[in-house]
Design a protein around this ligand. Structure first.
Ligand code: GAL
Length: 417
């Protein structure tokens, strides 16, 4: 081999060793979501890795989880997948996740993440997943022009909401844009449950799955409030995807959307500004309470050294301040790292972090059941179905719905997950 070729090979070798393929499973397909993910893609491409999207369409991630199970069972896991909450523990317990603890020690993740978030991403004390953000699900998004035109203020209770809704209707606008999908119903319901029952009720019912708390008069009241909101839903959207509902608010076709702060990514992508064009506020009755939903990317165990190195680079990048800032500016969430400065963020993000801390102090920082943070996938599935069936059965009374929910959740928690 001539000297020139040898030199060339030596020079290329580090690249050859570290360039891996990153096949990443996710469901971030809306405008804002895709833009946010592009931040990570270009960081990885710059490091020489090949990014391969493994997209499973479907907001909320139900289909993505099913697809992931399929691939892992076939012995062909992706490099990385977006998984959340107790699912992280489950995959780790089964022995499929890469241990990220050495990197975590070097980067001092313990000092940078809120303890609650760190706990979610650890298994037996070791980090097995990387949190990209903190979403809050108990938000409402309001078209400011409509609210001003009807002369209403941001409602802070459900009674105020109804008065405002009537004014909005009187002016010929639809009130709440809502996608007719079970996970979107669940997103609204969990906030109503928090408002009606309070944080302790929420924790016992949806985190600890205590049967007498689920099968209770308080839960009947939650269903009653859910039913009262239903007539204000506008579901005749071009499709039932959540971002179509956001789009209706952006275009002034409806005044509100009840949705997590990924919706903000869509407002921003459309060039709208928080405070000027749209308003973000806690769902009625949930001021200073925080339902969290943390997206994390976990790395699956793989044999190939180059892919393993790529996984380390991916985890390393995710936990960098730079990524946490730029990604979350586009995603609508706040950084998982608490030491990332929010000066480039808008008032919604600042409010989010502020209420995160207040809620943390008051025992009102709670995992979202609608987004896989509170309980097993089986219980969540039963929860979804009970709510969706209720909204689609106008004859079903609140008490009956409560009993069905309790039974379904009990069945889900006994079923092998
Ligand atoms: C959530 C997820 C968010 C957002 C949303 C809509 O479950 O955590 O990142 O993508 O679904 O798909």
């Amino acid at each position: 081999m001539n000297k020139f070729v040898v030199t060339l090979l030596l020079a290329w070798q580090p690249w050859l060793v570290s360039a891996g393929e990153l096949e990443v499973l996710h469901y971030w397909t809306s405008g804002g979501e895709a833009e946010a993910l592009n931040v990570l893609k270009s960081m990885m491409k710059k490091q020489g890795h090949v990014w391969k999207d493994f997209v499973v369409v479907g907001g909320g991630g139900e289909s993505a989880n099913a697809e992931l199970r399929q691939r892992v069972v076939q012995g062909d896991p992706p490099t990385s997948a977006m998984i959340k909450g107790p699912d992280i523990q489950r995959w780790a317990r089964l022995g499929f996740l890469q241990d990220l603890d050495q990197l975590a020690q070097r980067q001092k993740w313990d000092d940078k993440l809120p303890s609650l978030i760190a706990e979610v991403t650890r298994f037996h004390g070791q980090y097995v997943s990387t949190p990209v953000n903190i979403h809050r699900t108990n938000w409402m998004w309001i078209n400011k022009k409509i609210l001003d035109e009807v002369g209403a203020k941001v409602p802070t209770t459900w009674d105020e909401f109804e008065q405002t809704a009537k004014k909005i209707q009187a002016h010929g606008y639809a009130v709440v844009a809502h996608g007719d999908q079970a996970w979107q119903d669940a997103t609204v319901f969990e906030s109503i449950a928090l408002a009606v029952g309070g944080p302790e009720f929420y924790r016992k019912a949806f985190v600890e799955n205590e049967y007498p708390v689920i099968k209770s008069d308080t839960m009947t009241k939650v269903f009653a409030q859910f039913r009262r909101v239903q007539p204000y839903f506008k579901t005749d959207l071009p499709s039932q995807d959540w971002n179509m509902a956001t789009d209706a608010v952006i275009k002034g076709e409806a005044a509100f959307q009840f949705m997590g702060d990924w919706a903000k990514g869509e407002f921003e992508k459309a060039g709208l500004k928080a405070g000027r064009d749209f308003i973000c506020a806690a769902m009625p009755g949930t001021h200073n309470q925080f339902l969290y939903n943390v997206d994390t990317l976990a790395m699956f165990k793989l044999g190939n050294k180059a892919d393993q190195a790529a996984q380390q680079d991916l985890a390393n990048a995710i936990m960098s301040q730079e990524f946490q800032e730029v990604f979350n500016l586009k995603k609508g969430s706040i950084p998982a790292r608490m030491d990332v400065d929010l000066s480039k963020f808008d008032d919604c993000a600042r409010l989010s972090r502020k209420e995160f801390h207040i809620a943390e102090q008051n025992g009102a920082l709670l995992p979202s059941i609608a987004h896989g943070m509170a309980t097993t996938a089986r219980v969540q599935e039963e929860f979804y179905s009970a709510l969706h069936d209720f909204l689609h059965s106008p004859e079903m009374n609140d008490r009956k719905a409560m009993v069905i929910l309790a039974k379904r959740m009990r069945y889900g928690s006994y079923a092998i997950n």
